[in-house]
Design a protein around this ligand. Sequence first.
Ligand SMILES: NC(=O)c1ccc[n+]([C@@H]2O[C@H](COP(=O)([O-])OP(=O)(O)OC[C@H]3O[C@@H](n4cnc5c(N)ncnc54)[C@H](OP(=O)(O)O)[C@@H]3O)[C@@H](O)[C@H]2O)c1
Length: 328
Amino acid sequence: MYNPSEKRYEKMKYRRCGKSGVFLPEISLGLWHNFGNITPFGVQQSILRTAFDNGIVHFDLANNYGPPYGEAESNFGIHMDRDWKTHRDELFIATKAGYDMWNGPYGDHGSRKYLIASIDQSLKRMHLEYVDVFYHHRPDHYTPIEETMSALDYIVKSGKALYIGISNYGPEEAEKAIKILKQLGTPCLIEQPSYSLLNRWIENGLTDVLSNEGVGCIVYAPLQNGILSGKYLNGFPEDSRAVKDPRYLRKENISKSTIEKTARLKTIADARRQTLSQMSLQWVLNNNVVTSALIGASRPEQIVENIGAISGAPFTKEELDMIDKALL
Ligand SMILES: NC(=O)c1ccc[n+]([C@@H]2O[C@H](COP(=O)([O-])OP(=O)(O)OC[C@H]3O[C@@H](n4cnc5c(N)ncnc54)[C@H](OP(=O)(O)O)[C@@H]3O)[C@@H](O)[C@H]2O)c1
């Protein structure tokens, strides 16, 4: 029997998501890795419980998180039944569709056919009546954007999702999607792009669009898949993602230059008396367009450490300049 901590709302800070009425925790938890069939159920449970006990009320999923595809949602459904049934209204749960999910022409991209079938499948797997936000996972150059947006609008109007999000959309695509959704009467709540000290693409136009349109921004992989924890500075630990589950992070893709930048950043974090993970998360949150940093965790202790990012000493101008220089 799980009794969530009474103190769960004491430490976490919450930010308004764009110009909506929704507030999100500064740190949110994603279930991309560590919730499939290669992670013991008890580990998954302790990660989710630790998150909620520390005020992380936003969980992010997608139809194809696993392995295998669909497994993270199915496992989440079991956790939901066991731990969260009486806390549904305290949770903000997201899922997505847009990448390959099932065989044939209707299990990928952004057609009305795919998106509506996918949300129905996700709700069944997660044992939910609705999700809080449903995302189109990536832009699709095959389907007219009007078709994709009208499918998202239908999903909200039919009660399967409360809000709509877009993910991995560039500035022009985002602007177009936001405009169409506004015309349809279902404003876009949020964009989910990647963003970290090692990956600053959103600063070239996307953040301006989101800020002008009043759309929130939750940034994924803020630790660059764990690289910005500093764990790869002296080799490849056996229990790290690059060794244990290298589907999307291969040892050979962690370059010498990335390691050198990470080492320089760690020196700055040490001087600030915080861990490199904490400094990296605090840095993305220092961008005032960012609503939440969407982390992953392979064990509960990482969540506890990472939450320290929200109480770090504010950055000085000198420190921010030093960080920029460390990245050159
Ligand atoms: N929309 C999209 O296209 C998209 C794409 C990717 C991700 N996402 C979302 O973003 C979420 C986060 O992505 P991510 O998992 O790549 O984020 P991340 O926060 O950059 O990396 C998380 C990983 O870093 C390691 N880590 C975290 N904290 C640590 C600490 N304090 N010390 C040492 N290692 C630490 C852990 O891996 P190990 O311990 O295993 O090394 C953990 O699983 C996903 O779950 C998903 O919800 C969305």
